[in-house]
Write a protein that binds this ligand. Structure first.
Ligand SMILES: [Zn+2]
Length: 716
């Protein structure tokens, strides 16, 4: 306690001396040192005036100042330090920071403990031992930026002094950090402050902006500035550009962003030119990596991740006379695509290497997009989020007009390969994915779907684990982990599917898509119809090599599964392609309907797969978005040169509505509800008609269907 108190006193003295020194410093009135990267002094005067008039802007500034005032104590507390210092070593990869036994993220307990919250175990071995440096570098660069903003918004010298302190700290140290990658090697995607050019680019962007904000303050003299520029900013830019053409497209966006930031800040034309017009520069990315507004990696996490440096680069370029918002309209389109397939709860699905992404949490980026485009569609996001971010403070328009756009409309994106089918009068929503693979972050999930109903996600995609976990490659990417069709217990190949038919009418929406070359020996198609009461799905598999194959309908739904079929424990599934992660597997056989339901937090998703042909059924549990929280699955297996699965999904609460489906001799499906009969054709052609017969009586659920085997020769 005594020691702590002495340190506290020392700290207070440092602070007050600092304040004193700050008060005495006279800012150099050199216009060439004024901020110019994003905002000029004149811009800051405008923002200050806005704070006076707009309550939201005042709240945003309060949030920034709260963070700024937390420095340095928040940093010291978090990492158990007594004075501000940057780590002496490069940080290790945050994806290592996971409990190997449970898949839960580790927690850092100062000074050097890496604790699994599930088991209490402390992991001390490299690389886990060096991951917390990542969070230290992150916090210092973020603090430098926040302090710089606080300085320009208040004029208080103490903030500039603290930001300058961080900048000088790294200028002193930067060149001493050796280059390392995630595996401790000196590869091209390794960096100095972090183990990836990606993370160092993110850090460098913030540090450059921080420098822009305080270089004209009295806290940095000419020697300090030269030290920061030549011993940190330029060498770090040189470090990150080594990674060009390296691993993924979003990383290249960050590298471009860092290069542009340093280039614009220091007037280095070669850096600017390469970042914007280079072979993998901003313009190239916009022309080649964005289709219908969707980022090429097909993962929402990475789309928004890429949008951060892309948006910032456009903003910086605009301040330097180059309006990329207008010249490269793909950038603005990236703000539209999420609106097309957002789920009713504001989340975007966990496709490819992504978790579910909360759209409204990305409102800070939409502030910049709106300021540049004044596109009323973007208000649908801005209206759903508080305007308290630093982005709103720095870039937001004074007042947002009232939004008139309805977010939730069905939509199809043929090139990027998404169909969003929404019921007209309730929240039943199905997203079908059939587009390009998605590069290194793609999953083998052609024709995969997510179903949302009754306020919850029902049919689920596991998304991704931290990449340091074996489960990521063994399960997350595998076809069997997705709600799709597989053949011969094999993983699908990388493939781009195709839109075959789409109808969006006043009372229903329906789609037919193919999986493209997902299997060399079979064609797969999936059709989905969504009405207000149910969804109907028809999956067709056709052998193209003339031989019979095993075709599986794989389905994963949150909740507790019950099935009207006797099943027995089974251990015959392969030990490969993800199947080894199916647990508590049971197997049954039937020629009748497969009737199952998933009770999911007060809601029910009833699923009937129509029978009529010999069918094997497997059920059990498998890893979900959190590997420790298992999700029930059902696999419905048919064999032959052709197989068809007609599935009826009925979401509800309480008693199940009586809805039954049957397939007629000509392939037409009739769906019988309490007061209506729907006649449906789902295939290359989509037809739908609802009639309301008055007096007819319907057979009970499960008895009313018949199934035609005329669709193909079904062998068992
Ligand atoms: Zn996936």
């Amino acid at each position: 306690m005594k020691i702590n108190r002495i340190f506290q006193i020392a700290l207070l003295m440092e602070l007050s001396l600092g304040t004193l020194a700050g008060a005495q410093a006279t800012p150099v009135p050199d216009p060439s040192l004024e901020p110019h990267l994003f905002l000029t002094l004149q811009d800051f005067e405008t923002r200050k005036a806005m704070v006076q008039h707009e309550p939201w802007a005042k709240a945003a500034l309060t949030a920034v100042l709260k963070e700024a005032d937390g420095y340095p104590q928040d940093y010291l507390n978090k990492f158990g330090l007594t004075r501000v210092t940057a780590p002496d070593k490069a940080a290790q990869w945050a994806h290592w920071y996971v409990c190997p036994e449970t898949g839960t993220h580790l927690e850092f307990h100062p000074p050097n403990h890496n604790i699994c919250p599930d088991t209490g175990k402390d992991y001390q071995d490299w690389p886990i031992s060096d991951v917390h440096y990542h969070y230290m570098h992150d916090m210092l660069s973020h603090d430098a930026l926040i302090l710089g903003i606080a300085y320009r918004m208040t004029g208080k010298e103490i903030y500039a002094q603290h930001a300058a302190e961080i900048l000088k700290l790294y200028a002193d140290k930067y060149k001493d950090y050796p280059i390392v990658d995630n595996y401790g090697k000196q590869s091209n995607w390794g960096a100095r402050v972090y183990s990836q050019t990606l993370n160092e680019s993110i850090w460098l962007i913030d540090m450059t902006f921080a420098y822009d904000l305080v270089r004209g303050s009295g806290e940095l003299n000419a020697t300090d500035r030269a030290h920061i520029e030549t011993d940190m900013l330029l060498p770090s830019a040189a470090t990150v550009v080594r990674g060009h053409k390296e691993p993924t497209n979003n990383i290249q966006s960050w590298i471009n962003g860092a290069q542009a930031a340093v280039g614009f800040e220091l007037g280095e034309k070669t850096l600017i030119d390469e970042a914007i017009d280079g072979p993998l520069g901003f313009r190239y990315q916009m022309k080649n990596y964005v289709h219908e507004g969707f980022w090429i990696e097909g993962a929402w996490g990475y789309q928004f991740y890429a949008m951060r440096p892309l948006t910032e680069t456009a903003e910086r370029a605009k301040r330097h006379g180059m309006d990329l918002w207008k010249q490269e309209p793909a950038l603005a389109s990236m703000f539209h695509s999420p609106l097309g397939i957002v789920l009713p709860d504001g989340k975007l699905p966990a496709f490819n290497d992504s978790e579910e992404v909360r759209l409204y949490a990305n409102a800070p980026l939409y502030e910049l997009a709106y300021e540049n485009t004044h596109d009323p569609a973007l208000l649908a996001v801005l209206d759903n989020a508080p305007r308290t971010s630093k982005e709103s403070l720095l870039f937001g328009v004074a007042t947002l007009p009232e939004s008139k756009t309805s977010l939730l409309a069905s939509a199809v994106f043929p090139e990027s390969g998404y169909a969003m089918l929404r019921a007209k009068n309730n929240d039943l929503s199905i997203i079908l994915k059939f587009g390009p693979h998605g590069g290194g972050h793609g999953h083998y999930d052609k024709l995969g779907e997510i179903i949302y109903a009754e306020g919850q996600t029902q049919a689920v995609d596991p998304g991704t684990q931290l990449y340091g976990m074996a489960l990521h490659k063994e399960w997350d990417q595998m076809s069997v982990a997705h709600n799709t069709i597989t053949a011969d217990e094999l993983r699908q190949d990388q493939a781009t599917g195709k839109l075959i038919a789409w109808k969006n009418e006043s009372d229903y929406v329906a789609v037919t898509t193919s999986a493209g070359p997902a299997y060399k020996f079979a064609d797969l198609t999936r059709s989905i119809l969504v009405t207000n009461e149910y969804a109907l799905q028809v999956d067709r598999a056709h052998s193209t090599d003339g031989r019979p194959h095993v075709f599986d309908f794989n389905y994963h739904n949150y909740g507790k599964q019950t099935m009207q079929l006797q099943t027995m424990p089974y251990s015959g599934l392969p030990n490969a392609n993800g199947y080894m992660h199916l647990e508590q597997v049971r197997r049954g056989e039937t020629i009748g309907n497969i009737t199952t339901r998933f009770d999911n937090e007060g809601t029910v998703l009833s699923l009937d797969v129509l029978g009529g042909v010999p069918t094997e059924v497997f059920q059990g549990v498998a890893p979900g978005p959190h590997p420790a929280v298992k999700v029930p699955f059902v696999i419905v297996r048919r064999k032959g040169t052709d197989a068809e699965f007609v599935s009826l999904f009925v979401p509800h609460r309480g008693d199940a509505p009586t809805i039954t489906a049957m397939v007629g001799e000509n392939g037409t499906i009739t769906v019988h509800g309490p007061q209506w009969v729907d006649t449906v054709t789902l295939g290359d052609v989509i037809r739908y008609h609802r009639s309301m017969p008055v007096m007819e009586k319907w057979h009970g659920r499960g008895l009313a269907h018949t199934h035609s085997a005329s669709a193909g020769s079904l062998l068992f």
